[in-house]
Ligand binder design. Structure first.
Ligand code: SF4
Length: 259
């Protein structure tokens, strides 16, 4: 079974063409995974591997690890473009996520005021007022919406809550109108006898309606880039992503990026 990727609370810096120099913050255990989704494409593997043994890092441990890394980068004369919350699961599950995000913004302001703070979230915890208020503080609040059709989200993202519905999430995502960034993974394939494809005409039509309701600052489309825990998944070619992006842009007037 594919296991977690991130074995540290603060990892990097990683250099990428798209993000520049990026530092990652993993608020989940360093040897296991905790998430309210169990996506077929998750680079941290399936939830079945368990939550590991290290537990969530404390607010103080995150603060100390990040301060040490930022101090070292500053002393070495390194650049920093972005601090990104991602890692072995859903960062907003951490009970101190709002306080840790505020600590991080304060440290960013002190050490690298020009750097951005980004959060990658699966949008399942935006019903918590504390989480939503904190997410609104991030420079890039990047919220997952892989489909606006329940059966497709259930097939691809596999929410752990039986109460999850796309409609409820889309409604709540409206609180981030003009500020949030919606990220949609485009993928097709079959897993355990269930076929899925969120690039069909009906799927894109439903997504367009959802994006219109949410009115995000931007939409990001992407497809598979790394090994996935499930076999039977197919990457959507970039030319196809660009054509879908054009259709969404024309229908909504919202900027759409393909990465
Ligand atoms: S929401 Fe993110 S961390 Fe959770 S299973 Fe999906 S890809 Fe993995």
């Amino acid at each position: 079974m594919q296991r977690v990727l991130f074995h540290e609370t603060v990892f990097g810096p990683i250099h990428s063409r798209r993000l520049g120099t990026s530092l990652g913050v993993n608020l989940m255990p360093n040897d296991g995974k905790v998430c309210t989704f169990d996506c077929l494409y998750c680079e941290a593997g399936f939830n079945a591997q368990g939550p590991g043994t290290t537990g969530f890092p404390s607010r103080q441990a995150v603060s100390e690890a990040l301060a040490a890394k930022l101090d070292a980068m500053k002393a070495a004369g390194q650049q920093l473009d972005v601090i990104t919350f991602s890692g072995n699961g859903e960062p907003t599950i951490h009970p101190d996520f709002p306080a840790i995000l505020r600590d991080t913004i304060a440290m960013r302001d002190k050490h690298f005021p020009e750097a951005k703070v980004s959060v990658l979230t699966n949008s399942t915890r935006i019903f918590s007022a504390g989480v939503a208020e904190a997410l609104a503080l991030a420079d890039n609040n990047i919220l997952k919406l892989d489909s606006a059709i329940d059966s497709t989200i259930r097939a691809i993202d596999r929410p752990t809550s039986p109460a999850f519905t796309a409609d409820r999430v889309v409604e709540a995502l409206g609180q981030f109108a003009h500020t949030g960034i919606i990220q949609t993974m485009m993928v097709r394939g079959e897993y355990q006898g269930v076929a899925f494809d969120n690039t069909t005409d009906a799927e894109i039509g439903a997504l367009i309606e959802a994006y219109r309701r949410i009115r995000p600052r931007e939409i990001m489309l992407y497809s598979l880039d790394r090994p996935t825990p499930a076999s039977g998944l197919h990457k959507v070619p970039v030319e196809e992503l660009r054509a879908i992006a054009d259709r969404i842009r024309q229908a909504t007037g919202i900027p759409v990026m393909v990465s």
